[in-house]
Ligand binder design. Structure first.
Ligand code: ZN
Length: 104
């Protein structure tokens, strides 16, 4: 008797992902239409990641994320990410500049 399911769950949609050199996911987004998709793909390519798309079904195993899964390749993009996760977020260009209005 097999407990394995051969039938897939409900189709949940298409996902676009940015992956590192070794295939771990760094960023992911549901496909919400061509405009969103293109913007997302532009963003991930600019960040230097590989684009990958995947159809998702209910009950599928979760994809592997960089940070959750360890990567042993010191030269891989994963390690730049690990450093960013563990470093304090000071001077990040994505951070808002704080509340420094000059009231003069
Ligand atoms: Zn890696």
């Amino acid at each position: 008797m097999s407990t394995e399911k051969t039938e897939r769950g409900k189709h949940m949609g298409r996902m676009d992902m940015g992956v590192t050199d070794c295939g771990l996911i760094v960023m992911a987004a549901w496909d919400d239409g061509p405009a969103d998709r293109e913007a997302f793909i532009r963003k991930l390519r600019k960040a230097g990641y590989v684009h990958r798309k995947q159809e998702r079904y209910e009950g599928d195993p979760m994809p592997e994320w960089a940070g959750n899964s360890h990567c042993d390749n010191e030269d891989c993009q994963c390690h730049a990410l690990y450093r960013r996760f563990t470093a304090p977020a000071i001077g990040s260009p994505d951070e808002p500049q704080g509340d420094s209005h000059v009231l003069d």
